[in-house]
Design a protein around this ligand. Sequence first.
Ligand SMILES: [Cu+2]
Length: 372
Amino acid sequence: MDRREFIAYGSAAAIAAGVIKTQLEEVAEAQTPSVNLELHLEEIYEEMIDGEVLFALAYRDPVTRLVRPPLFVTEAATINLKLVNKTRKPRRFTISGTIEDRFPVVAPGATKTIRFTAPAPGSYIYHENTEGAVGRLAGLYGPLVVMPSDGKTAAGVHTPYKDPTLAQSALFDALGASARFPGERWRPELAKRTRIWMFSETDPELNQRLERNVATGWTTLKSWFKPRYFSLNGLSGFDSSHDDFTCPEGYEGEPVLIRCMNAGIATHGPHIHGNHVYCLSEVNPATLTLYKCQNILEVDTWMMKPLWRKDVLLPFIKPDEIPAAAWPPKQEPFPLFYPMHCHIEMSQTAGGGSYPQGLVTHWELLGPRRGV
Ligand SMILES: [Cu+2]
């Protein structure tokens, strides 16, 4: 494979072309108690939003060719994960919030299958950690989503968690069954009702050191790392704002779960317009282990420190700035577009100043409640 092909496969074009398995298919496959997964660790070239082409690393699904593929599994499933290290350095797989050196190092050119039990239902980041954050900053990361085998509330309503808390149950029970949340329940069987927002950032200096295969300086990384690109699901600016896998869209009353994750080393503050979101799960800052919220906050900005995961629910209700008497709007045509942008402003640029080509996307309210 030549350099040009690497660039093509690493870009959003491969995702948009529909040559990959949909998330829905992956969800269906995840129902089996034992899953065999395979990830190849590769050296690739990736095009940044301003046209700059950088050396990078990535986990790749060898079948779909998708880089940094989301892995969907069911709680307590046995996962047999075959790792093929095609990079020039030893690599160790790890999962956020678990023991750092739990899995063996895979030598360059070697293949190893590791076996583990899926952790508790929730959102996780799989990544590489032989040199601290270097592996994931160069692109060796991806989302691991664990779904419950039975996530229902006492009232029989689906949630993404095992034994949902009282607050979580109250929220999910109210969706589609209250004046505040008219419409539908959250529907786990529809891929579009769940989105993943994975944040990261890139400093070309680090990528160039890796390409030249010289010392990365990883022990002092925090003192010199200066990101020039900020990404959402590996995309930035215009690309992340128009990506089918990234932008939540739907009609009024079709709530979407957004699994936010931060693979980088910068703290991010996603901020959303149109609707507020409800925080469902967070991580313990010291251990990075997940917990389900006992008290659900309604927020328009939420903090994402390195390796944090936070699930939030975007309710898809009538935006507050539109008076009830003026709903549905007649002068402003649907769809209504609302931005999500990181409120830590350095992340809104690319290449040191090109705005707004950083960590940004939008969500689309396609129309009023369907069928009523
Ligand atoms: Cu704003």
